[in-house]
Ligand binder design. Sequence first.
Ligand SMILES: [Mg+2]
Length: 265
Amino acid sequence: MQYLKDALKRKVASQIMRAPHTFVLLDFDGTLVPIMPKPEMVHLRASTKKLLEKLSKNARMSLGIISGRRLEEIKSLVGIKGLVYAGNHGLELEGPDFKYTHAKTKEFKRILKEIIPVLQPLSKIFPGTFVENKEITLTYHYRLLDPKWVETCRKEFVKRLSKWLDNKLIKVMEAKKALEVRPYFTWNKGSAVRWILLHEDPASFPIYIGDDKTDENPFKALKDRGVTIRVGFDRNSAAQYFVKDNDEVVRLLSFLAILSNTRQK
Ligand SMILES: [Mg+2]
């Protein structure tokens, strides 16, 4: 994993310039916006939005937002028409001319309905924690919990889910100060990114930027094909490059915008 400094940026730029079409795929929380104590506190800065709009209007560039949030939520948080959006880690996909929901999601929604009342009491037992129902997946946030209770809380969470875990109906995944309940079948941000590229633009050159464990799947999926960038250094990450923070992501996007202008001339 190398730091994406100016010299490297120029190298990446020349790859983009050579490609007939570039597909910029971005995670949202922790990538385009800083992580906030509660997911509802997050908003996209007007200047970042403008930048994304500019990029999306470029004929030789496509833009996709790949998030763990619900599709409708991520669409309204970004609020730009004509992009490809992936919600719930790619279980729900939508673009200007398509809509896709993974075939097994209906059955999984039913399972989540059983699970929610079992997990809901945890927010009373462990103050500061809460369950976010994302319809197709579920996130249990413990960022505001007293650190001395975290281990107990996580154990209780898994214990309450043992029936579904033992029957291989669900998976519990790690997120940043959160645990996620997801379908047992393998469909992740990596599968979503592959699906999007295959259906939308098989010949394009992909750039993926993300910050979390769930972004490791797209990092791996695109390893031999495009440019993968992690927000924050992690020696174990499969991403090729890293930038230090959200501001550097925005600067990188400005750089891409300038680049696409140059290319249009
Ligand atoms: Mg993220």
